[in-house]
Design a protein around this ligand. Sequence first.
Ligand code: SF4
Length: 220
Amino acid sequence: MFIPKRIYIKRDSRYDAKTKDILARVRMCNPGVVIINLDPGIFKYPVKSPRDKFLHMKESAIISRRISPFITTFASPGDIVEDLTTILNLGWMCAANCEFCYLQTNQTPEHYLYSNISDAEKFIRVAPVAHAAILTIWTQISYSLKRALLKIPEGLLETSDELRVKFAEAGINTDDEAVDFYYSHQEWIFNLLQKNSKEYRVSYIADFYVDRDIGTCKSE
Ligand code: SF4
């Protein structure tokens, strides 16, 4: 069990219910925990060397609000055939210290706990249907380019993140709602792909648009 020696709290998180909950739980296990309120919210290490920073953070946690999305699409690195993997970020970094772990050297060591973690719930609720919609976009890009795309095409990751936000805002969590949204927002999706990709340049009507009654692209 991770029992921190010290907790840093960013200013935006100071009065969040989750922050109070975390502090109460830590104090039960370590009544002497040091609480450091960050003002104006910037975290600075009290030690200098990368190794000391790493060790310092293994005894610490920073409570913060997560600004970027809690759920994202993972772009796997390297030249490999890819599946569409969804990542749920409920925290950042890890309190453990396994010798073999690549996180020991490959990531910033700051260990974050999120005080707005309840915001993740609305994204979790829509994640399955959003996932199906994102796979559909991938297929639609492939059809419009008339070739198989074994890796996630450029621009789809950013488009996926924006689509997930839209689904969460609209509370779309059934297949029927997702299909309705998809057909009525094809142009919006297409414009996002154009905005997020320098390479994806096809005609909306001729190559991308699918007629709901016919179910095919115009070019087919
Ligand atoms: S392998 Fe890495 S991420 Fe997993 S528990 Fe160990 S240190 Fe944490």
